[in-house]
Write a protein that binds this ligand. Structure first.
Ligand SMILES: Cc1ncc(COP(=O)(O)O)c(C=O)c1O
Length: 419
């Protein structure tokens, strides 16, 4: 996966002190999201899981392609609502506070994903102050899925003991409660399940089939009309092969087949990573190259405090090298001697590695390195202030230089989009 022309132009134009920098190709993001949307059949809604990357320019670039946004905290809720005042929001998360729930009622959310019995009581309690108000809810379930698929994936959030959602028998108990008059302000629309991340299209379809079948049974047993099932996100992004893509066409065809016998049903999906990973790049330069016990190490400006994903997932972040010929110093240029180099950051921890023994023959100090697939779960999940290095720059492309941000605001302020 080569850097897009917009990204290459900007990285080449940046002075070394303007690195590291995140660059987001918003035109590429729009094209990708439009293609995903086009692959999905009618009666499948596409929501973006804001947790993957909530930066305002990305949220806005996605607006034409998505039906709404999934938010999982009061902070995300306030920020996405301020950025896109009219966008439908689905509000989930396993630890909603009473204050966040009150805010969600005030700000208006399209769907509530309820994850425990207590949340039913709390929501009904908050609603009691406005007896005419009603809200639409989905029960988030943790189903025991019949497949080995979940054992193999990077982050399984269901199908085994987790703090997320309701076990099937607790979901049954919630369905019984919701039929009682005291919960009449909560309209049960269906089921939500986000069970895993990193699934390819056949695995996702197998899972979606099981979730839909279980939801139909639940609705039959409790005599409510099942109008929607949210089958979650978790579409695979392959960090070992950045040119590989989730098969959206096969997924869309499979979902259409799943929906065909149920004309009153809508499905919803809420991918994060597979929408925004591809549009983002983390660009930096090699500060030094040295040999340690027979191996080459390149020390980069920046590191895992800006891009934590490879450390948390245990992968090597794919990258491209932009050779820089100029070497203005009178001393010898540090260079890699073997074909493989470990790309480390500036932190004083051996965990600060973005790629281990990666092929980078002849890598030299002052060469630039562009890490790919850095548009999702990158800056926003990183430990920015460990060691107090400067924050990276942020560039939202294409656009004139007014689109640049010297640094991402640490606490995004609602109403002040970042670009
Ligand atoms: C409830 C929920 N929905 C959607 C997502 C998005 O998952 P992904 O970015 O893997 O598509 C997550 C991620 O953790 C999640 O917890």
């Amino acid at each position: 996966m080569t850097p897009t022309p917009a990204v290459l132009d900007r990285v080449t134009a940046l002075a070394p002190d303007a690195l590291p920098a995140y660059l987001y190709d918003l035109a590429a993001l729009r094209r990708h999201a439009a293609a995903v949307r086009a692959a999905l059949p009618e009666r499948v809604e596409l929501y973006y899981a804001a947790k993957a990357n909530p930066q305002a320019p990305l949220l806005t670039a996605l607006r034409d392609a998505v039906d709404g946004y999934e938010v999982s905290s009061g902070g995300e809720l306030a920020y996405v609502r301020a950025t896109l005042p009219d966008a439908p929001l689905a509000f989930g998360g396993p630890g909603k506070t009473a204050a966040e729930m009150a805010d969600a009622l005030r700000l208006g959310v399209h769907r509530w994903h309820l994850e425990s019995e207590q949340e039913l009581y709390r929501l009904a309690d908050l609603l009691a102050a406005t007896p005419e108000a009603e809200v639409d809810v989905l029960l988030r379930v943790n189903l025991p899925v019949v497949s080995g698929a979940l054992d193999a994936v990077a982050l399984a959030m269901g199908g085994r003991p987790t703090p997320f959602g309701l076990d099937p028998e607790r979901a049954e108990a919630c369905a019984r409660l919701l039929a009682e008059p005291r919960f009449r302000q909560l309209r049960l629309r269906g089921v939500h399940a986000h069970l895993a991340s990193g699934l390819d299209a056949p695995e996702q379809l197998a899972l979606a089939g099981q979730v839909v079948a279980w939801s139909l049974d639940l609705a039959r047993r409790h005599r409510f009309e099942l109008t929607e099932v949210n089958v979650g996100g978790g579409m695979a992004v392959d960090y070992a092969d950045p040119s590989a893509r989730f098969d959206w066409a096969a997924f869309g065809t499979g979902l259409a087949r799943l929906l065909a016998p149920h004309p009153g049903l809508r499905l919803r999906i809420e991918p994060g990573r597979a929408l925004t990973a591809y549009c983002g790049w983390y660009a930096t330069e090699v500060l030094d190259v040295k040999q340690s016990h027979g191996e080459d190490f390149a020390v980069l400006r920046g590191g895992t405090h800006h891009l934590r994903t490879p450390a948390t997932r245990g992968h090597d972040q794919p990258f491209a090298v932009l050779p820089v010929e100029a070497w203005p110093h009178p001393w010898p240029r540090p260079s890699a001697r073997s074909g493989r180099t470990t790309l480390a950051g500036q932190l004083c921890t051996p965990k600060d590695v973005l790629a281990h023994r990666a092929p980078a023959p002849g890598l030299r100090a002052a060469d630039r390195v562009l890490f790919q697939l850095a548009g999702a779960y990158a800056w926003n999940i990183s430990h920015h202030d460990f060691l107090m290095h400067p924050h990276p720059g942020f560039h939202f492309l294409p656009g004139d230089r007014t689109d640049d941000q010297p640094a991402h605001p640490q606490q995004p302020q609602p109403g002040q989009p970042t670009g």
